[in-house]
Design a protein around this ligand. Structure first.
Ligand code: CO
Length: 208
């Protein structure tokens, strides 16, 4: 890729927006009021806005390796705090994807240095769901299932935060677990049983 093409692409993009609406960037500069917080993987094949068909201003986005929400990660915790308590988003989405390199790495025994503590969070998901995963003999099916279970566990981590619990009680904020299937391009809603999780999580993690 010629990096200089990026600036040419940008000029064309600016023009394409102005062709439709000459005030497009004036309006964009006035502020943001997104309705969705999207937490996804950094994987270059899994875009945020493009796969959801949303425009600039519609989604607050956080991406990291394997769409993780570790409870001590200041980065993802700050994003959730800002999006929920200040931008007042109505939906928090954790979107994983099949063929995720981070999840794959966590299923293998290789020492990956600095990445180890990050991937350990995914290994913890594996340990939590060991029985179910060990019962899947096909490697690819087991790998896909870990992707789904990781999304569900990260949704639980979202629900553990005080801001999300407060927003759930005061205005019914919703948390969604999705998987993007790179092979078909389709988004799959895992239909996580939200009220059931909320009840179980609240038994232990309830915050006023
Ligand atoms: Co990934």
């Amino acid at each position: 890729m010629d990096i200089n093409n990026i600036f040419k692409n940008n000029e064309e993009w600016v023009q394409s927006k102005l062709d439709v609406d000459s005030n497009y960037f004036d309006n964009l500069s006035k502020g943001q009021s997104p309705d969705i917080l999207y937490i996804g993987c950094s994987d270059s094949r899994v875009t945020a806005e493009e796969l959801m068909g949303v425009s600039p201003g519609e989604a607050f986005v956080h991406r990291n390796i394997a769409n993780m929400v570790p409870n001590t990660d200041l980065n993802s915790m700050s994003v959730i705090n800002y999006a929920v308590a200040h931008l007042k988003v109505s939906h928090v989405v954790v979107c994983g994807h099949y063929y995720c390199g981070g999840v794959k790495a966590a299923m293998e025994s290789q020492d990956l240095g600095l990445l180890n503590p990050w991937l350990r969070n995914i290994r913890d998901v594996y340990r939590t769901h060991k029985e179910e995963l060990m019962g899947i003999s096909d490697d690819e099916s087991r790998y896909k299932r870990l992707v789904e279970l990781n999304v569900a566990e990260q949704c639980i981590n979202v629900i553990k935060t005080a801001e999300v619990q407060k927003a759930f009680r005061s205005r019914g904020i919703q948390v969604h677990g999705w998987v993007f299937d790179i092979h078909s391009g389709k988004l799959i809603d895992l239909n996580i049983n939200y009220s059931e999780i909320m009840k179980n999580v609240m038994e232990i993690y309830h915050l006023e």
